[in-house]
Design a protein around this ligand. Sequence first.
Ligand code: CUA
Length: 308
Amino acid sequence: MRLSVFHSASPQAFTIEKLFYITLAICAVILAIVTVALVYMMIRYRQRGAAEPDQRTGNRTLEIVWTAVPILIVAALFILSVVSARAVDRPVNRPPDVIVTGHQWWWEAQYPAVNAITANEIHVAANRDTLLEIDAADVIHDFWAPRLGRKIDAVPGRHNFVQIHPDAPGTCEGACAEYCGAEHAWMRFRVIAEEDAAAYDAWLRRQAEPSIQPAAGQAALGAKRFTELTCSNCHTIRGVNPVNPFAPDLTHVGGRERLAAERIANTPENLTQWLREPDKIKPGSLMPNLKLSDSDVHALTAYLEALK
Ligand code: CUA
């Protein structure tokens, strides 16, 4: 389900969805009353002859009713909103499970428990509370996975937090919800809820390991070219070069479902095209076009796809 606010998959999102439906119902009742009254008046008091209708002013009961009723409605909506906001944002005092940092135009996901870093695919465990810290590296972004929780701004120099609790295993999509430059629309991500805590821990352990370097063939050539071509100045492959915070960590990039913040599926064909002309796939992207030769593109693709 793509970015749907109508298919909540966590108690937090359900609270927001419920608030939406209650507000919608109240507004629908008001709209119905106003419409019926308006139509009735138009028919009942349409011009028939010259006589003016009876003019009345200063009906105290009417004045009180149409002042008090809207105040009560607004007060009820206000209380419901506060109660919902508190339910979605319960105070928690513990370190975050994942530190998510917005970059132009991708999301870094850091797992402090094991020192693993991924990009654009945030793994959590189903049926368990997860606390996400939301940071920003450059400009203001907004982390929004509508099926799981509220929107939360990613502000440089600040640490914001959001709690999610996926009801079931599966994938929920997310997007940047604050205009942040040319590729704002392709600053997407996905939250993947693993079956249970054991499956999540297994995934986490794999991510924490350094990459397995290929021994021979195109992939081994690609590994060599990765360092020579200065890809390693921005991207990290743990076990190959020290951590670089400028571009997505590629240690296990071959295991990801999508590339370039959800822009393309992770296939060798797409990766080839991305390496050749990143600007064609994502105009304005900070990934430079290094004018790679066909043999370099071929070797790098083989190497990166092998980094599972
Ligand atoms: Cu980041 Cu919009």
